[in-house]
Ligand binder design. Structure first.
Ligand SMILES: [Zn+2]
Length: 363
């Protein structure tokens, strides 16, 4: 969530410079691979989607990587793309990196329209199906989660209450009823007949249940989804459904899988611009989390800390209400990483709040 200093960004190479696709237009970023950008109704105001020329199940057309959230704006832009940017061909397959609404929002709408199957990991698909069932307990559970981690502030809790009601279904009105599971170790062939390229799924954890990035070993191209973003660091949070999760450790371990990519890899991220120097970016992200872990541990040495009061230690900036809940989730994720390393204790106080304090021996 931190915007690192400009100096970090200068270590990356942006082969397309400041160029961005105009609304409902596409930019070719590699042979037969096109970049499309859609608006998002959040502080993070856009998502990148990728169209790859393909021949799949006997049909000529496009494989689409991620779909955008289901908003009126995005659907209208898609209509213009269907009409003018697909060379008269259908979308023959939808592949979603993960089940966050900006990625899967329109998978069912597009899939039904073109009879295009959804390809996804089991962890992501099942989680999406789970989130699309309304659970009466989820609002109360989410409130209890934030209270347990020190949130007493009325307006902030009101915001949590409001957003926990329909956080997923408002942007994902329906999920495809079936999917084709992406398996670790397989190679996914994408391309026109006679010009197929093999993409290796890279599974990743910590940001979402079972994120799939795709790497083309022959051409050194990477659809990095949300796992490796050039400018912002990916949100890594503990949520109420999995209250003892250790996502920072999972995310950092997953990042190391990108060290196998060739040094000149061209990455197509879900947010920001296509970039080179994935290795440098991975090192920056690992350094960022190590640095935050050290700062949070230092705070827990002074006195027992709950997650909400640790937020200003983690982040030197202010947030809107939605960002605040992400910031608490991410701070808690760092506290948990220290807890799993044995560097802090996690204790539930008589007041019902969980606090973290440094263990006696810092090793
Ligand atoms: Zn995401």
């Amino acid at each position: 969530m931190n915007a690192p200093a400009n100096i970090l960004e200068q270590q990356l190479i942006y082969p397309f410079g400041e160029r961005l696709p105009a609304p409902a237009e596409r930019i070719e970023v590699a042979p037969d691979i096109f970049w499309v950008r859609m608006p998002l109704p959040f502080a993070l105001d856009h998502i990148n989607l990728w169209l790859v020329r393909d021949e799949f199940a006997g049909r000529d057309g496009w494989t689409l990587i991620d779909t955008g959230a289901s908003t009126r704006d995005t659907r209208a832009l898609w209509e213009r793309i269907f009409a003018g940017q697909l060379d008269g061909l259908p979308i023959v397959r939808v592949l979603c990196t993960h089940t966050h609404p900006d990625h899967i929002g329109l998978a069912d709408w597009i899939g039904q329209r073109f009879r295009a199957p959804l390809w996804m990991s089991l962890g992501e698909y099942s989680t999406g199906r789970t989130w699309s069932i309304r659970d009466e307990r989820s609002v109360e559970m989410n409130l209890a989660h934030f209270q347990r981690h020190g949130v007493q502030d009325g307006p902030l809790l009101d915001g949590v209450r409001e957003r926990s009601d329909r956080p997923f279904t408002s942007l994902v009105p329906s999920m495809p009823g079936s999917f084709r599971r992406i398996i670790e170790g397989e190679t996914i062939e994408i391309g026109r007949r006679g010009d197929k390229h093999g993409w290796r799924p890279i599974f990743g954890y910590g940001h979402s249940p079972e994120h799939v990035a795709l790497y083309d070993e022959g051409r050194h191209l990477l659809f990095s989804g949300d796992m490796v973003l050039p400018r912002i660091s990916t949100n890594v949070s503990v949520f109420e459904m999995e209250p003892e999760a250790n996502p920072v450790a999972w995310y950092m371990d997953s990042l190391r899988r990108y060290e196998d990519c060739a040094p000149d890899t061209l990455a197509f991220p879900a947010h920001g611009r296509p970039f080179r120097n994935v290795h440098r970016r991975v090192a920056q992200l690992i350094e960022h989390h190590e640095d935050r872990l050290a700062v949070v541990l230092e705070a827990c040495r002074l006195r027992p800390m709950h997650a909400a009061e640790t937020v200003p230690v983690m982040f030197q900036r202010t947030f809107d209400a939605q960002q605040s809940t992400f910031a608490i989730g991410e701070t808690l994720a760092h506290l948990h990483a220290l807890w799993y390393q044995g560097l802090v204790r996690r204790e539930l106080g008589a007041d019902g709040v969980i606090r973290f304090s440094a263990t006696a021996a810092p090793r």
